[in-house]
Write a protein that binds this ligand. Structure first.
Ligand SMILES: [Zn+2]
Length: 426
């Protein structure tokens, strides 16, 4: 779709949309949604089926709020179906499938929007915090970014290192990054934390610090942000995205919530009955990708919890802001209690400087272990505090042990995992 924005006026309307008034943004989104739905109901069998069953037609979409007439979608609807049922049938498309990190436990694959084939668009989606007041297609001409990511995706001005390479030889990778002289270092919070740790031990590994760090892919906790900012001497901009939808929201200079990328995404927050919740209330995150015509994701339950605020941000933008509050599936069950990882994060979040990273492991129905990497302010009293708080969460009948460790294991694809259930292992 991005490449189809041939007319200059359309392109500028697109690029500046996130800086327009809320009413104008909604009108634009309503129109784009209608076009996308029409495409999906005629060209993608899955949607044809869904919309026929729900008796909805694209002409039912008059305004953006009519989005509620459309049925929700989720990954189980896509899993197990042949590609031709879930992708467009009106045009041959390059089959560039992107595998997800499988953090919900089910490996997925998605066909990305063609927009991401444009270097400019990919930079615009991921690094818009670098933009000044004027946006031109030349905005990212001199960009230098160092990525440490799951896979490498060569682009002009970008240096890619895989997490595996970084973990095998962190100092060697930091030397390569030094030579690239990036303005931005981009990676998962847990990897940026590793970088911070290496620099804490030897600041000369990266003599010229990047101005910004860009984090994505995992929850960024306040203590991790603090540590990265301190050791890297740079400002951290967090962003939200997923394999299926790409980047969908990012922080502005206020660092208070992530602004929805209104030109490419509609984000809704719904309660358990699938009703829209009021501004500021926590619920399921549902995303519509306005750009992906290859494999449309319309009202897609992404598997995260979050809340949205429609209050105008002090930065001047009127796009809603998103705060992410955990994944559906990242929880531990003790008896009748289901504890979401966000609740465990609540235990550790004000222990900035005392705990750098942690994970909790359900060892048995009556035993939980917490492993943590201590920060400079760690004292044994912190351990007692953690035990008391966790005990309050999971009840008095579970034994809790806290262990100080120097490294935490990663999943096969390199992400850190804070919730682990070993009680089911044989
Ligand atoms: Zn803002």
């Amino acid at each position: 779709m991005f490449n189809a924005l041939r007319r200059k006026a359309d392109l500028y309307r697109f690029l500046y949309l996130h800086r327009r008034k809320a009413a104008l943004i909604e009108k634009w989104q309503g129109e784009q949604l209608r076009i996308l739905m029409a495409h999906a109901m005629y060209n993608v069998p899955l949607y044809k089926e869904l919309y026929l069953a729900a008796r909805v037609h694209f002409s039912d979409l008059q305004t953006l709020s009519d989005i509620r007439k459309l049925p929700l979608t989720h990954k189980d609807l896509f899993l197990g179906r042949p590609a031709e049922e879930i992708t467009r049938g009106d045009r041959r498309i390059p089959r560039k499938w992107k595998k997800s990190s499988g953090s919900t436990g089910k490996p997925r694959a998605a066909l990305m929007s063609s927009a991401f084939e444009s270097n400019f668009y990919a930079n615009f989606a991921c690094f818009r915090f670098l933009l000044g007041t004027v946006i031109t297609p030349r905005a990212f001409r001199d960009i230098r970014i160092a990525h440490i990511n799951l896979q490498s995706a060569p682009r002009k001005g970008h240096l890619f290192t895989t997490i595996t390479e970084f973990l095998a030889d962190p100092d060697g990778v930091l030397q390569k990054i030094t030579a690239h002289r990036p303005q931005v270092i981009a990676s998962f919070p847990s990897v940026l934390l590793e970088v911070a740790k290496r620099l804490g031990e030897n600041p000369n590994l990266l003599p010229e610090k990047p101005r910004y760090a860009s984090s994505f892919g995992e929850m960024l906790t306040p203590s991790t942000r603090h540590e990265i900012e301190e050791k890297l001497g740079c400002e951290v901009f967090d962003r939200y995205g997923a394999t299926e939808i790409g980047a969908a929201a990012s922080e502005c200079r206020q660092h208070n919530g992530m602004h929805i990328h209104s030109e490419s995404a509609i984000v809704e927050i719904l309660n358990e009955k699938n009703e829209t919740v009021p501004s500021g209330v926590r619920g399921k995150v549902v995303v519509t990708d306005l750009l992906n015509y290859n494999m449309p994701f319309i009202r897609y339950e992404i598997g995260d919890y979050g809340r949205l605020s429609y209050e105008r941000c002090p930065c001047g933008q009127e796009t809603p802001r998103l705060w992410l509050e955990g994944r559906f599936t990242a929880n531990l069950v003790f008896g009748e209690k289901v504890i979401n990882h966000i609740e465990f994060e609540g235990v550790f979040d004000d222990l900035v400087n005392a705990v750098l990273q942690y994970r909790v492991i359900k060892v048995a129905d009556d035993e939980l272990h917490a492993e943590l990497i201590p920060g400079p302010a760690y004292r044994s009293i912190v351990e007692q505090k953690i035990i008391r708080r966790v005990q309050k969460l999971i009840g008095p009948n579970v034994r809790i042990r806290v262990a100080v460790v120097h490294a935490l294991p990663r999943t096969l694809r390199g992400k850190s995992q804070i919730i682990n259930d070993h009680s089911l292992a044989v």
